[in-house]
Write a protein that binds this ligand. Structure first.
Ligand SMILES: Nc1nc2c(ncn2[C@@H]2O[C@H](COP(=O)(O)OP(=O)(O)OP(=O)(O)O)[C@@H](O)[C@H]2O)c(=O)[nH]1
Length: 272
């Protein structure tokens, strides 16, 4: 397994903004205050070395540009030749977010029907879903909904629902069209994104337009949510521990109150 990314290139100190301000998560434009506080405290804590990671799946129809998108981001390259993905490909990209290392596991799945079964086995546990379509192929936009619904059926998520991104590729080709065509495509896509509760991103893997910003936003949203979950879990454990200590103390007090029980100082200290 290769871990890509020079964490200084992938350093995120400020929250990357959405492409459109009316998208599903457009309200999230900064890290939670708790996340910021946590990142400051964690510097002095042993858990700063913990490897935090998040799973992202990239789904969508045949040849719509999934692998090209991942390769542009991970290796900063673009291949004009089409080589269909067989099953799934897997990449790990490392970020430094608020001075904490954070890995994005990117699962690039096959668009071919015959591999659907294999690919969907890897959907489980994804925190983010990237649904890819070709901006120049209306059919691929409308099949995005089907891809998403199938993935949501398979994913088993525990604490929070996954972040969903509707990504239109090959923007370089669309940009060569008349304005009214571009307007229609972007309007249709952003309407569908709104209906699917997704964030819309048009981009080009050929030119690289919007690719870096898009993945940084995916990483920042996943990181923010992961830290929020971590805080909730650690608070729950702490409360449970405090409850246990509290129960022991009241047990001791009960024993002391009960004159029939002989309790020496040592046993009181031990159970408390
Ligand atoms: N002009 C242009 N071509 C692109 C872009 N993205 C992908 N392509 C081309 O589209 C074709 C298919 O791209 P892939 O990335 O292999 O598509 P895919 O979705 O991974 O395909 P499957 O694995 O078969 O599902 C290739 O020939 C790419 O070079 C883009 O942004 N602009």
């Amino acid at each position: 397994m290769n871990i890509h990314g020079n964490s200084s290139d992938r350093k995120i100190d400020f929250f990357p903004l959405p492409y459109l301000s009316d998208s599903a998560y457009s309200k999230i434009t900064d890290f939670d205050q708790n996340t910021k506080n946590y990142s400051k405290i964690i510097k002095f804590h042993k858990s700063r070395h913990e490897l935090r990671s998040s799973k992202v799946i990239v789904i969508g129809g045949l040849g719509c540009g999934k692998s090209s998108l991942v390769q542009r981001f991970v290796n900063n390259c673009f291949n004009q030749d089409y080589k269909s993905t067989i099953g799934v490909d897997f990449e790990v990209e490392q970020f430094l977010i608020l001075n904490m290392l954070f890995n994005l596991q990117i699962w690039d799945t096959a668009g071919q029907e015959r591999f659907k079964c294999i690919a969907s086995a890897y959907y489980r546990g994804a925190q983010s879903i990237i649904v890819v379509f070709d901006l120049n192929d209306t059919e691929s936009l409308y099949s995005s909904e089907k891809w998403l619904l199938e993935a949501l059926k398979v994913i088993e998520y525990n604490q929070t629902t996954p972040f969903i991104f509707l990504v239109g590729t090959k923007k370089d080709i669309l940009d060569g069209n008349m304005d009214f065509i571009k307007y229609k495509v972007h309007t249709d896509a952003s309407n569908l994104a709104a209906r699917l509760n997704a964030e819309y991103w048009p981009l080009s893997s050929l030119t690289g337009e919007n690719v870096e910003n898009f993945f940084k936003r995916v990483a920042a949203l996943a990181f923010n949510q992961s830290i929020k979950n971590e805080i909730i879990t650690s608070n729950t454990i702490e409360r449970a521990d405090q409850k246990k200590i509290g129960e022991n103390i009241s047990l001791c007090i009960e024993k002391i109150k009960n004159p029939k029980q002989e309790i020496d100082v040592f046993s009181v200290n031990k159970c408390c």
